[in-house]
Design a protein around this ligand. Structure first.
Ligand SMILES: Cc1ncc(COP(=O)(O)O)c(C=O)c1O
Length: 416
């Protein structure tokens, strides 16, 4: 069976940069108090400068994971206990956990069946007087429908937080802007299976000074709040150690230089899969409106049309896996975590749900039909950034799909 190289390989450049930091002995440049080192060491500052330039944003605040980044982002929008933030369920748990962290309440809205990102129509049904923000998640690397959400945010005076962990480098073509930079605050993950990685790490990006100042404080214990940094509001501001180390920052500087090349290769792999797999009966490939957005293809997300095909997803995925295709069934439905289904994992007293007693915030199967269909029935994902796939590897995967389709007697259309 074919063996694929895992994730984006670290090169000599990253190795040399990391070694230099180790030799210097300055593995972190941070101090928490009101000192010049509050904003971090040389490599952190340089990495942030490069990120600002690349993504054309005023502020870039590196963090030790994007989970930390999400917590700091939400803490930076003047969130209050009992505020609601609308988010999709077809994402990972950090999105909801970061909201609960501030005693705010995650409110789930369903996703779009084509992009798998949050659906504007579904969000409109969930807005209440308590809604403070919408969290967009560019799942699989497909940018969210920012124009619709900006209109909604303007009308209802809501903040937009963008989890662009999976869509780094993808763009809104007409706006000439990168995902993550088009809301009030956003950011990217640099964990091991992202397009570029520092092992663990992430960055918050924003053009808003008040949000940036709060994020700087949350990242670094918040002790500086009594002195220099100006923000609109210090209440509900808790500081942590979310600081990125100098070795990771040095590696990040080198990785960022490689992002355009890495992204191009992944996008080419995604487009090749699109061209070939759309020939297979009952398989729906990602639809990308090339005039509006570019897709980062973090995961190659396919949909099996279970109405057209009489074989189960389980059977098809098993056959593909037996041929060595690293694909997975479904993704996540975080509204069905025990925490939200039963509201007991977070304490029987229902804190923070108790803050708004007139609403239930309880979820069950049937509440998010599209996200549930994806997770339980139709979605098949292949992690395109989880491996360093060559073009030949992609052809190997395509051939494996064709073998399965042939074996099952399913049609291969427009084949030439
Ligand atoms: C959509 C999304 N949000 C948040 C995270 C959390 O990022 P990190 O692993 O850097 O904490 C991830 C990581 O996989 C992610 O894919």
């Amino acid at each position: 069976m074919r063996k694929f190289i895992e994730h984006n390989p670290i090169g000599k450049e990253e190795l040399d940069a990391g070694k230099k930091v180790i030799k210097s002995g300055n593995l972190s440049g941070f101090y928490a108090q009101n000192l010049s080192k509050f904003y971090g060491g040389k490599k952190v500052l340089k990495f942030e400068k490069d990120i600002k330039k690349f993504f054309k944003v005023k502020y870039a605040i590196t963090v030790n994971s994007w989970t930390s980044g999400l917590i700091a982002s939400i803490g930076s929008i003047d969130i209050k206990p009992g505020d609601e933030i609308i988010l999709p369920p077809f994402t990972m748990s950090a999105c909801a956990a970061s909201i609960l962290h501030w005693s705010a309440i995650p409110v789930f809205a369903d996703v779009d069946p084509k992009t798998f990102c949050l659906s504007p129509k579904s969000v409109l049904k969930k807005i209440t007087k308590k809604t403070k923000a919408i969290m967009l998640v560019d799942i699989t690397g497909h940018p969210s429908d920012i124009d619709s959400f900006n209109k909604i945010a303007k009308k209802y005076k809501l903040k937009i937080i963008i989890d662009a962990a999976q869509s780094i480098g993808a763009k809104y073509i007409k706006k000439k802007k990168y995902t993550g930079t088009v809301g009030d605050v956003g950011g990217y993950s640099f964990n091991i299976h992202k397009h570029i990685n520092t092992g663990e790490g992430g960055v918050i990006v924003t053009n808003n000074k008040n949000i940036a100042n709060k994020a700087y404080l949350i990242r670094n214990h918040g002790e500086n709040m009594v002195n220099k940094i100006k923000t609109s509001n210090f209440s509900n501001l808790i500081g942590y150690n979310f600081r990125l180390g100098e070795i990771e920052a040095a590696i990040g500087i080198e990785q960022l230089k490689k992002l355009p090349k890495i992204l191009k290769k992944i996008q080419k792999n995604g487009e090749l899969l699109n061209k070939e797999l759309k020939k297979l009966e009952g398989l729906e490939v990602p639809e990308v409106d090339n005039k509006v957005i570019t897709h980062a293809y973090y995961t190659y997300g396919l949909k099996l049309n279970t109405k057209k095909i009489k074989f189960s997803r389980k059977k098809i995925v098993k056959m593909l896996r037996n041929l060595g295709v690293p694909c997975g069934e479904g993704y996540l439905n975080i509204h069905l975590l025990t925490l939200f289904k039963k509201k007991i994992a977070y304490g029987k007293k229902n804190y923070p749900w108790n803050l708004n007693k007139n609403r239930s915030y309880k979820y069950n199967i049937g509440d998010m039909p599209i996200a549930e269909d994806l997770h339980f029935r139709s979605y098949i994902g292949i992690g395109l950034t989880h491996y360093d796939f060559s073009t030949n590897d992609i052809y190997y995967i395509i051939n494996a799909f064709r073998k399965v389709w042939t074996k099952l007697g399913l049609k291969i259309i427009n084949d030439n």
